[in-house]
Ligand binder design. Structure first.
Ligand code: TLP
Length: 340
């Protein structure tokens, strides 16, 4: 099997398994798990924020952030193809009672002027704007890196309107490794950030929400309300520490493999795609001579797993479980399926 469905399929490394075996643990609902506490301190330091909180998933990290920043009946500005809007089953409406205000971005980036235009005036007919959400890298745009200048421009607008900004930085380390911009430069543009330990970094479970100390205290209460208060969570926090200390730089390998795949696929007549659009580990292409459903199932029959994105695109996400040879094989198989 060559599993290119997602970077979430990555398995813990030997060093992570050893750290898990040896982890010191306690009851984290009492704040007594030393491994969770170390991970949270390390993550806050890396993100350049006062404090951080371990949550079970990226989705919970984003939702806890929205619940903590926003009152029901307010409006949250977000990109129309963002994970929070597209893939979180309307959780922000269900739990926080907020109304999403989706704006169309370009390669995942919302122009600051558009964001400013969407901020509501003070009028009893209108839901007050309470938060701006960004995503970097942007998943559905194709793992694109949102440029730091764009994030700074949104930050400037938000500051002028005294609004908080939340970053869905599930793959913020991919953005940083690809662009050479330090993670702290990205996070300096936002009030809170969520990132995943369980994607390209290879930890089995967990995301981090980081922000100001009082925000994280309130977020801890929301995590508990949602049932996300965990007990001996050091069992997987231990792997998270190894992920942060040893797995960031290797994301460049995933990016190189994605570039190789992109170049191979773009040379095929049946695929409409510019490899220059690939910034990190996600390659989303549009086949022109065959339906995506058909290609997806033909690939699966030959042991290659991908994600079919309705209606007409197919996603390949490189990750540490696939190597250069697997990528070359994937290109060959797509070629064969397309009859080229
Ligand atoms: N993304 C998953 C699927 O949910 C689509 C994937 O395979 O890419 N933010 C972003 C930008 C994400 O891509 C994801 C997961 C999340 C948040 C949610 O993380 P989890 O799965 O831990 O809840």
């Amino acid at each position: 099997m060559i599993d290119l469905r997602s970077d979430t399929i990555t398995l813990p490394t030997g060093a992570m398994r050893k750290a898990i075996f040896e982890a010191e643990m306690g009851d984290d609902v009492y704040g007594e798990d030393p491994t969770v506490n170390s991970l949270q301190e390390l993550a806050a330091e890396i993100m350049g924020k006062e404090a951080s909180l371990l949550v079970p998933s990226g989705t919970m990290g984003n939702q806890v952030a929205i619940l903590t920043h926003c009152k029901p009946g307010t409006e949250v500005i977000m990109e129309a193809d963002s994970h929070i809007y597209y893939y979180e089953a309307a959780a922000a409406s269900v739990f926080a009672g907020v109304q999403p205000r989706p704006l169309e971005g370009k390669r995942g980036s919302m122009p600051a002027e558009l964001v400013e235009w969407a901020i509501r005036q003070d009028d009893i007919h209108l839901p007050p704007t309470s938060l701006i959400c960004l995503e970097n890298t942007h998943n559905r745009a194709g793992g694109t890196v949102v440029p730091i200048e764009d994030m700074r421009a949104v930050h400037e607008v938000a500051a002028r309107h005294e609004l908080p900004v939340h970053l869905d930085g599930a793959r913020i380390f991919n953005a940083s490794v690809a662009s050479g911009v330090p993670v702290k430069d990205y996070t300096a543009c936002v009030t809170s950030v969520q990132f995943c330990l369980s994607k390209g970094l290879g930890a089995p479970v967990g995301s981090i929400l980081a922000g100001p100390a009082d925000f994280i205290e309130e977020a801890r209460r929301w995590r508990k309300r949602l049932g996300g208060g965990m007990r001996q969570a050091g069992v997987f926090a231990a792997a998270g520490i190894v992920a942060l200390k040893t797995m960031v730089e290797r994301l460049a390998e995933d990016h190189n493999n994605a570039r190789l795949l992109a170049e191979g696929l773009s040379s095929l007549r049946g695929i409409d795609f510019n490899p220059e659009d690939v910034d990190t580990n996600i390659v989303i292409v549009k086949p022109t001579t065959m339906s995506v459903g058909q290609i997806g199932s033909e690939l699966e029959k030959r042991g290659i797993l991908t994600v079919v994105m309705e209606p007409d695109r197919i996603r390949f996400a490189t990750n540490k479980e696939v190597n250069r040879r697997d990528i070359e094989k994937t290109i060959e198989v797509v070629k064969e399926i397309l009859g080229e």
